[in-house]
Design a protein around this ligand. Structure first.
Ligand code: GLA
Length: 445
């Protein structure tokens, strides 16, 4: 077990001791399920995003940070191509499936789909079935990634599974190859997100955010750069407790609005494929070509096709101009944030976070009264550098950069004001920017 503690120190630093009981409980449960023998411990973190929301699927820029909250997967390879899965949270039933290049999905919402997707995608990529395994997942609070809180718990689960399959298959893909694989695996589940969540879960470095340019280069690779978080500040996460359910339709409608914008702008600029392509054109010249609001049916009448997007009804009213404006301005804010983080101008970083929240709320319409209440309360504390919603929106979390000395005052103030305004309790915790997914260690049970 000393070896386990060493492995945990590398990942969680000072927090390693506190993790031990969680790891031990998972090892005990694994032994109970599958018996004695070697067990491989793997993990993948959740994330927050400092800035750059809904830019990834527009080939834009993002600046996410991995949490030290993660999905833990204990696994032992099997020789018969079967995958058997158990979960420390008993509301996730045991499940099993056989690995192949066409794995039938379980019913929608079944957690085994997050393992079926990576198994199928890696089998296709390698041209032959990857080894199966006996697995046990531990992802409950307080160390796990909160579910439905906009901190990417489903990507963390997908990435943990993909890392396990790759590990047992002996495949070491590049970060970009792994991220693509995980993103395809989430498409298997039915989510049409971008690539930010998979990249940060895989490539995070402790103490750093990750700048990612979501436009692949000609080799299919991506430009990434670790960016140190500002000294003297803590990145605090405020979970509103509002869980987003059924937001996939809203999400897809935002994607549709962006695609509509590109299709309309292409009439004058035939070379463009994504909103990123107009980053250097003046906004005032672009916006006149974009309708304030238009239905999918009306777009179709103008021969504007939106591509494969489930659950976007013909009568959905797409706010094309405002959505494109958010993406266009957000990309600029990310680049400026990088610059001012480098020069140490944290006040300006704060203004950019505030502007990003305002744009997400007014233009992209992904905020809620609870998220607005949290950002407003956060800004009332002296020295705070900005506050904004993080992740897809419609609930979940807000982040804020808080001076080291103000963390206690911040937590008390925001907690009290939020409860007064909404009658809800916020869970406020510091983001200890942790490392990306991987093997922690192998233990003999
Ligand atoms: C979700 C998606 C990401 C990204 C964010 C919004 O988390 O999975 O790819 O689009 O929303 O920035």
């Amino acid at each position: 077990m000393e070896q386990l503690l060493d492995g945990l120190m590398e990942i969680y630093g000072n927090g390693a001791e506190a993790q031990l009981p969680r790891y031990r409980a998972a090892l005990d449960a694994f032994r109970e399920c599958y018996g004695p023998g070697p067990v491989h411990l793997l993990r993948a973190p959740g994330r927050v995003n400092l800035i750059g929301e809904h830019t990834d699927y527009n080939h834009g820029y993002v600046l996410p940070v991995a949490l030290d909250r993660d999905v833990l997967l204990l696994a032992r390879p099997r020789g018969d191509g079967q995958v058997r899965l158990a979960n420390m949270e008993r509301d996730f039933a045991d499940c099993s499936f056989s690995v192949s290049d066409a794995i039938p999905p379980a019913r929608a919402g079944d957690w085994s789909n997050y393992a079926r997707g990576p198994a199928q995608e890696l089998t296709r990529l390698l041209g032959g079935p990857v080894p199966g395994f006996d697995g046990l997942v531990s992802a409950a609070s307080p160390f796990g990634v909160p579910r439905g809180a906009g901190v990417s718990s489903s990507s963390a689960l997908t990435v943990a599974m993909a890392v396990a399959f790759a590990h047992f298959a002996g495949w070491k893909g590049s970060g970009a190859e792994m991220a693509r694989l995980c993103s395809d695996a989430e498409w298997y589940v039915g989510t049409r997100g971008g690539i930010m969540d998979q990249f940060i879960a895989l490539l995070a470095e402790g103490g750093h955010a990750l700048f990612l340019d979501c436009r692949p280069n000609d080799d299919g690779d991506f430009c990434t750069r670790p960016v140190p978080l500002p000294a003297g500040y803590r990145l605090l996460v405020m979970d509103s407790g509002v869980r987003h359910t059924n937001t996939r339709n809203e999400f897809n409608q935002r994607v549709a609005a962006c695609r509509a914008g590109v299709a309309l702008l292409r009439r004058g600029l035939p070379h463009i494929t994504h909103l990123r392509d107009v980053e250097n054109s003046g906004w005032s010249g672009l916006e006149t070509q974009l309708p304030e609001e238009v239905t999918v049916a009306a777009l179709r009448g103008q021969n504007v096709e939106l591509g494969d997007l489930p659950n976007v009804p013909e009568d959905a009213r797409l706010r094309v101009r405002a959505c494109c404006r958010h993406v266009w301005t957000e990309n600029r804010r990310v680049l400026e944030t990088l610059e001012v983080l480098g020069s140490g101008d944290i006040r300006r970083v704060g203004s950019l976070l505030d502007e990003a929240h305002a744009s997400a709320a007014a233009d992209y319409r992904i905020s809620t009264p609870e998220l607005d209440a949290l950002t407003n309360a956060a800004r009332e504390v002296d020295g705070v550098a900005g506050a904004r919603l993080t992740g897809a929106g419609w609930g979940g979390c807000v982040i804020s950069l808080v001076p080291d000395g103000q963390v206690d005052e911040f937590t008390t103030h925001v907690g009290r004001v939020y409860a007064d305004k909404t009658g809800r309790e916020a869970t406020i915790f510091p983001c200890q920017a942790g490392p990306g997914a991987g093997l922690v260690t192998v233990v003999e049970l």
